[in-house]
Design a protein around this ligand. Structure first.
Ligand code: ZN
Length: 763
């Protein structure tokens, strides 16, 4: 997230946002008007089909590809609430009745698609009303897994409730459907379809068996949405409580399970059980639905019941075993992390989900005063203890987003995000629509100043406010990677970024917007620039561990920014990203410092970073650079007046690490060793040898680079000949690694090579 009014971002971004604001102003000036000019039907169709071939030309729709940036864009100009009144109370309107920039409250419009759809961010089609007039229709937030022609094929009749008619950026007009609950797709039999659009040849009366067979065919083709639709049609006409009824319910439950609609699957399976309490498939599918939803106790009860009747059932036995494992994880917080990590590594370009339970450790949600709600320790917690192991409500990793990198703009909220956020919000909306019980936890999260509308259901279906979902997402989502530790962390530290990575980094205060996800419980953790806990990622899991000893009742904090920037920059990032002013101890100390001191420090940091790009070009340059680098670091150190454990020297760490890279290349282990210890000291650590162990007497500022400092102490120490002490430091390094990466099992995967080179053995 970034502030558009800041001139520090790439000019293109600023220009893009300014352009969007002008478009919005122009559009708002036309509010309530009728469009003065509309292209003819054939022009509309021509533009649409030319867009089909290449992005950019013709009628430009929001959600189209922007060639100047090489990204897709997903722009929300205006926020309007979804329709929350029953369809029967709405009055029909025609295209000619629509006025610009208005959601037509109390009305609906019925349309028929006259072309094949396009898809960029929205599914876009051209549709006619009963008079033959046509309009562009942009349907947002549909299920990404479905092909657009399966959503709105040519000839599809649909209703848009309370349609929003808007002026597009290209000067044209469109009906924009943001809320999934605002559109009703009608099938051939629906009585709301106007006579003139009904098929001339009435279909022969279909039996439920025909629908079942159609559904099974779709199921085999892995088109689960269509399969479920067919079973639903069959269920509408089947004899209640008949054998066919039960089969259709169970088939639909299976199709729902495939789509992740566990709540719906459970409802169907339970309905089947109400007719046949010991139906094997019904028991099994209901158990799977509970399991997939994280309700392992219910899954266990159902599986035990099943196995009493069918003791030889292999699937149920295997599933029960897994259920016991999950219950064990839930209670103990003990996981097979290495196995899980290897699984995540093997996901490649596929989406993945780890088979494991959630763990909630010694923490609870409570009142955090001016910060709203927060998470608190329920007892004294030791450094490195597991506080949370949370499963994603939804997560999008960059590995699966392929070429679909999108910029998301919300002009009213003054927010922009690059990366996978556009995809995330779209998927979140689908989860909310199909899993209403699960959705309740999502809606409890903060949404800032957005005004929420009442009404959870209308006409028997959930109402989903896409704009609310986006606001909650923007406020609560985490930038994430699949793994918190890469295999070559030291070498990766200062690896050059690609152009694309730079652009993404500029749009994110954390600079790592590679993926994004939403985790419910961790969303309650407030920020501190000097955090007491560390969050890390493992696949779809977010792990939180204590980054120092935490007394009972203390608030758990993490650092949203994970950066070493100045207090001004941190304050700006916190405010623009999440709407708060940070009042942590570090901010308090640094705001109280004279401006001149802060400026001086920042100037020196920047100098050091620039120096690095120059020096790394050759070994000779490096040699000549060591002395001036040391002078720079000393100069920075001199800007501090308070002791390290009160005011940690965080911004010194990057220059220090740069210097260490030089010293490693120059093969000067004593200097590497000294510098690493000094840097740890500078972060407020007090580390001593006691009773033959390395003991961390006081924890300083703890984040990932601290691990690298420990590794330097280990490897340099070993190279200097004191292997015994090096091994003790290695063991301390593993503890630190576990706290910031979430698990210790991968330590040797990551650092084994570096340790081995220095002659430090594996355990
Ligand atoms: Zn702060």
């Amino acid at each position: 997230m970034f502030r558009f009014e800041e001139p520090t971002w790439a000019d293109e971004w600023m220009q893009y946002f300014n352009r969007a604001e002008i478009i919005l102003k122009n559009a708002e000036a036309r509010k309530g008007q009728k469009p003065s000019y509309k292209p003819s039907r054939s022009q509309y169709i021509f533009y649409h089909s030319s867009l089909n071939q290449e992005a950019g030309g013709g009628v430009k729709a929001e959600g189209s590809k922007d060639d100047t940036l090489g990204f897709s864009t997903n722009i929300t100009y205006n926020e309007y609430p979804p329709c929350t009144v029953p369809f029967s109370t709405l009055e029909k309107k025609l295209l000619d009745d629509l006025r610009l920039e208005i959601a037509h409250r109390g009305s609906y419009i019925i349309l028929r698609a006259v072309v094949h759809p396009n898809r960029y961010v929205s599914v876009t089609t051209v549709a006619e009303d009963e008079t033959g007039e046509v309009e562009l229709v942009q349907i947002y937030n549909q299920d990404d897994r479905r092909h657009p022609t399966s959503i709105v094929p040519e000839g599809q009749v649909f209703i848009v409730k309370e349609p929003y008619f808007k002026a597009t950026s290209g000067g044209g007009t469109s009906i924009r459907v943001d809320h999934v609950s605002d559109i009703i797709f009608l099938d051939g039999e629906d009585e709301r379809i106007p006579e003139m659009w009904r098929p001339r040849l009435r279909l022969l009366a279909r039996r439920s068996l025909d629908w079942k067979n159609d559904g099974n065919r779709f199921y085999k083709e892995e088109r689960y949405f269509e399969a479920a639709q067919c079973y639903t049609k069959g269920l509408e006409i089947v004899e209640p409580a008949s054998a066919s009824h039960i089969v259709l319910l169970l088939n639909r439950a299976q199709a729902y399970l495939e789509q992740g609609y566990n709540e719906k699957a459970l409802t169907d399976a339970d309905m089947a059980l109400s007719y046949e309490p010991l139906n094997l498939k019904a028991l099994y599918r209901s158990a799977v639905a509970c399991y997939e939803d994280g309700d392992y106790e219910s899954a266990k009860t159902r599986l035990v019941k099943l196995l009493k009747e069918f003791p030889e059932n292999k699937n149920a036995k295997e599933r029960l075993l897994r259920t016991f494992q999950r219950l064990q994880e839930q209670r103990s917080g003990k996981y097979e992390f290495l196995k899980m990590r290897n699984e995540v590594k093997a996901w490649g370009g596929e989406r993945g989900k780890l088979d494991c339970a959630e763990y909630v450790g010694p923490v609870r949600v409570g009142d955090a005063g001016h910060k709203g709600r927060g998470l608190f320790a329920t007892r004294d917690v030791k450094f490195g203890e597991l506080l949370l192991c949370s499963k994603a409500f939804n997560v999008c990793h960059k590995e699966t987003s392929g070429a679909r990198l999108t910029i998301l703009f919300n002009i009213k909220a003054r927010k922009g995000q690059a990366g996978t956020h556009s995809q995330l919000v779209q998927e979140l909306i689908q989860v909310l629509y199909h899993n209403p019980k699960k959705a309740k936890k999502f809606y409890e999260l903060g949404s800032g100043d957005y005004k929420r509308v009442r009404g959870e259901k209308v006409d028997g279906l959930p109402v989903v406010d896409s704009h609310l979902a986006m606001r909650i997402m923007l406020r609560n989502c985490f930038d994430c990677t699949r793994l918190s530790s890469t295999d070559d962390p030291i070498e990766n530290l200062f690896k050059e970024k690609t152009e694309m990575e730079k652009m993404i980094a500029e749009a994110s205060p954390t600079g790592t917007a590679e993926g994004s996800g939403l985790w419910i419980m961790p969303s309650y953790i407030n920020h501190s620039c000097w955090q007491n806990s560390a969050r890390s990622f493992l696949g779809d899991l977010l792990i939180v561990r204590a980054a120092r000893d935490i007394p009972e009742g203390e608030e758990i904090t993490i650092n949203y920014l994970e950066s070493e920037c100045s207090v001004q920059k941190r304050q700006k990032a916190c405010f623009s990203g999440w709407g708060f002013n940070c009042r942590c101890t570090l901010c308090e100390i640094e705001t109280a410092e004279p401006q001149g001191v802060r400026d001086k420090r920042e100037e020196l940091v920047e100098k050091a970073l620039k120096f690095y790009s120059y020096l790394k070009q050759s070994k000779k340059k490096i040699e000549s650079g060591v002395a001036p680098m040391i002078t720079l670091i000393k100069g920075m150190e001199a800007t501090y007046t308070k002791p390290e454990f009160i005011h940690p020297r965080v911004p010194l760490l990057s220059p220090t690490q740069i210097l260490q890279i030089f010293l490693v290349r120059l093969e000067r282990p004593p200097d590497v060793h000294f510098l690493a210890k000094q840097a740890l000291n500078g972060l407020g650590f007090k580390i001593e040898m006691k009773r033959g162990r390395v003991v961390i007497e006081r924890y300083g500022y703890m984040y990932y680079p601290v691990v690298v400092l420990f590794i330097h102490v280990v490897t340099a120490g070993a190279m200097m000949g004191d292997l015994g002490t090096a091994i003790l430091w290695r063991d301390a390094a593993i503890k630190v690694y576990e706290a910031v990466v979430g698990e210790r099992e991968s330590f040797f995967d990551v650092y084994g090579r570096a340790l081995l080179q220095a002659g430090v053995p594996y355990d």
